[in-house]
Write a protein that binds this ligand. Structure first.
Ligand code: MG
Length: 260
């Protein structure tokens, strides 16, 4: 297939025509016959935006107005499972929480990308659950790395939708837990819109094909409810994004170590 063996190569080559040519080809398997993998196999960087919706800022109850700059942190690919795979509540915490988010996939290399050129650097969008161990994000004074990077604590997928499908460039995010709507908001309400995020992030690092930006979660995460409602083994989280699809995962508990 003209040298495109995987999604990373396809994104880097900008070979959308190759993907399009496959649309009319006969399929070997149905979607229910395969195990879906993360939509980008080896993202070089996964950057995540904290507090990017108005009520989400208010949920922090710290009296702060909208921030001047985005809050950023990073995740490792090992912290994100694919659609249909289990999210693991680790032994170390009972405060596993969901965060439904739109994720953008970089398609073209760029440094210091101006906001007006940002969309040209994107390959497409996908769905993320920025799963979080709430007590572990508060361990350090200035960082949230631990609570955002437990193995298999979040998810991404099921696929990447290319931008040509979305002329308005706005999406509705709806997160359900066991069918109950917990989050429902439009990306049009982001404090830092996608072009501003791409410009800000690329001011300090080169964005490359396959890099991911998780653009922040609306209000309604379980940890901000009164009382907090954390995820339990067996719970199903479904993050839906309009025009893209739904990312579904169930929670399992990591087995406890047997006492000798
Ligand atoms: Mg988040």
């Amino acid at each position: 297939m003209v040298g495109v063996g995987d999604i990373d190569t396809l994104i880097a080559a900008g070979s959308l025509d190759v993907a399009s040519s496959l649309l009319s080809a006969p399929t070997d398997f149905g979607l229910d016959e395969v195990r879906v993998l993360p939509p980008v196999a080896r993202p070089g960087k996964i950057l995540c935006v904290g507090v990017n919706y108005p009520e989400r800022n208010e949920e922090y109850k710290d009296g702060s107005t909208a921030p001047a700059y985005p809050s950023l942190f990073v995740r490792f690919a090992s912290s994100l499972v694919a659609d249909g795979q289990s999210i693991v509540r680790p032994r170390e915490s009972s405060e596993l929480d969901y965060e439904g988010e739109l994720a953008v996939v970089i398609g073209r290399t760029g440094r210091r990308i101006p906001p007006e050129a940002a969309w040209d650097h994107l390959f497409g969008v996908t769905i993320a659950n920025d799963g979080t161990l709430r007590d572990w994000v508060r361990h350090g004074k200035f960082n949230v790395t631990q609570g955002k990077n437990f193995d298999c604590s979040g998810s991404i997928g099921p696929w990447v939708s290319t931008l040509d499908e979305f002329p308005t460039r706005t999406w509705q995010i709806t997160t359900r837990v066991n069918g109950d709507v917990r989050q429902d908001d439009s990306t049009a309400r982001m404090i830092f819109p996608i072009p501003a995020l791409v410009a800000y992030i690329s001011a300090f690092c080169t964005l490359e094909p396959g890099d991911l930006i998780l653009t922040g979660t609306p209000s309604g995460a379980g940890g901000r409810l009164t009382p907090p409602r954390y995820l339990e083994p067996g719970d199903e989280i479904a993050v839906g994004i309009s025009g893209v699809g739904t990312l579904r995962n169930r929670v399992i508990a990591e087995p406890q170590i047997e006492e000798p």
